[in-house]
Design a protein around this ligand. Structure first.
Ligand SMILES: O=P(O)(O)O[C@H]1O[C@H](CO)[C@@H](O)[C@H]1O
Ligand SMILES: [Mn+2]
Ligand SMILES: [Mn+2]
Length: 389
């Protein structure tokens, strides 16, 4: 299962509640490329068959798709990565998590300052690349700590790797995590955001980013798989998002390309179970940066690697491709967008080639299908589409 982080397929029915009406990540990237968004492999599986009345520009509708296709609505209240991924694994996040449009309260900040011995600066919603440009030099000069947030339930802590070694930054994040597990403040993720570079015009963030998520509040489908002795292999930020629960083997990604290398390697492995991968660059490098050109180029690159991957699949392999939320790079602001997500499935041995999986009412249908595939009972509220594949 591959999550293309933030690759949504059009505003959800409840997008108005989030101020996200009219957002459409794939549709608008397609329009931006004006016919040149060539995604032949995603097209063959049925990407534009998901919404035949509004195909993605450049991605032709197929009369005979080789896979199964549909889209999914999110039940979770939030539109962040944790909500999306947990819901896929049978645990929608129905409780509203804390957000901090005016910054984190004094008691939290004071505790972080005391623990770290550093003064906290910024403490408000900010774009992560902009914040190191605007405040990185101050952070280095004063040995302070950049704390910022977004529209999501996140606390992000940025520090220059030479000023604060990453392990120390992780220690501070782990401490901050303990302050934000509820009941007063329940925050989805604390994210370490280390960066390097000589000065404000050269600061860049590194792949030493780490997400410290809330521990899953129930038994996820990953744990159910693991308990039945099936292998659960995590690629990218999956391990962080599930706090390692139910995961047997985990690989950290340096980039989408590196993630695809891990995915290719797992394909050559003899195992029975689930490989769950997240490719985050769409979101981090281009979605939040509102860069449709970069976003589309990365989709084209992914599609090429997908083509190679599909050629090497064995008869008993199944690939499912989806997303965790939208992040329309042509939309206002810099936050995620409340969208439906695509659902594509392909195997050389599908029984129902070309079947329309329709509009799934929760991302949990994915996990339900995976459990069904392995004959595991599912009580999570998701509906399996196994018999449609
Ligand atoms: O601007 P940057 O630091 O990339 O932050 C983004 O990263 C967070 C996690 O995806 C989002 O909540 C958004 O704020
Ligand atoms: Mn995400
Ligand atoms: Mn994001």
């Amino acid at each position: 299962m591959i999550v293309l982080d933030s690759v949504g397929i059009g505003a959800a029915a409840d997008a108005f509640k989030y101020g996200d009406e009219g957002s459409d990540t794939l549709g608008h990237v397609g329009e931006f490329f004006d016919g040149n968004l060539k995604l032949p492999n995603l097209a063959r599986i049925g990407l534009s068959n998901i919404r035949p009345s509004a195909p993605i520009k450049g991605v032709p509708f197929q009369d005979n798709p080789i896979g199964c296709f549909g889209k999914m609505e999110e039940r979770s209240v939030g539109k962040d990565s944790m909500d999306g991924h947990w819901e896929m694994m049978g645990l929608p996040v129905l409780q509203e998590l804390s957000t901090f449009p005016a910054g984190f309260p004094d008691d939290i900040i004071e505790k972080i300052e005391k623990f770290s011995g550093r003064k906290v600066i910024v403490n408000r919603p900010y774009s992560g690349t902009q914040v190191i440009h605007d405040y990185g030099e101050e952070e280095i000069r004063d040995n302070s700590l950049i704390v910022y947030t977004s529209g999501d339930s996140v606390m992000q802590i940025a520090a220059h790797e030479e000023n604060l070694p990453v392990e120390e930054l992780y220690t501070i994040c782990r401490y901050a995590r303990t302050l934000l597990n509820g009941p007063k403040y329940t925050v989805g993720r604390v994210i370490a955001r280390p960066y390097v570079g000589s000065d404000k015009n050269h600061f860049t963030r590194t792949s030493n980013r780490r997400d410290f998520s809330l521990a899953p509040t129930g038994v996820t489908d990953l744990v159910k798989l693991h308990d039945q002795e099936l292998s659960v292999i995590a690629i990218g930020k999956i391990n962080d998002i599930f706090s390692g629960q139910g995961i047997d083997e985990a690989f950290h990604n340096e980039s989408n390309d590196d993630g695809m290398n891990h995915i290719d390697a797992v394909l050559q492995k003899d195992f029975v179970g689930l490989c769950f991968a997240n490719l985050v660059d769409f979101d981090v490098l281009y979605g939040h940066r509102r860069n449709p050109e970069g976003f589309g180029q990365l989709l084209i690159k992914f599609d090429r690697r997908l083509g190679r991957f599909m050629k090497q699949m064995h008869d008993d392999d199944l690939i499912m491709i989806t997303a965790d939320h939208g992040n329309d790079p042509t939309y206002k602001g810099t936050d995620h967008t409340r969208e439906n997500v695509p659902l594509l499935a392909y195997s050389p041995s599908l029984s129902n080639v070309g079947s329309d999986l329709g509009v799934r009412l929760t991302f949990s249908d994915l996990g339900a299908t995976i459990l069904d595939n392995f004959g595991i009972t599912n009580e999570s509220g998701g509906n399996s589409f196994m018999d449609q594949l």
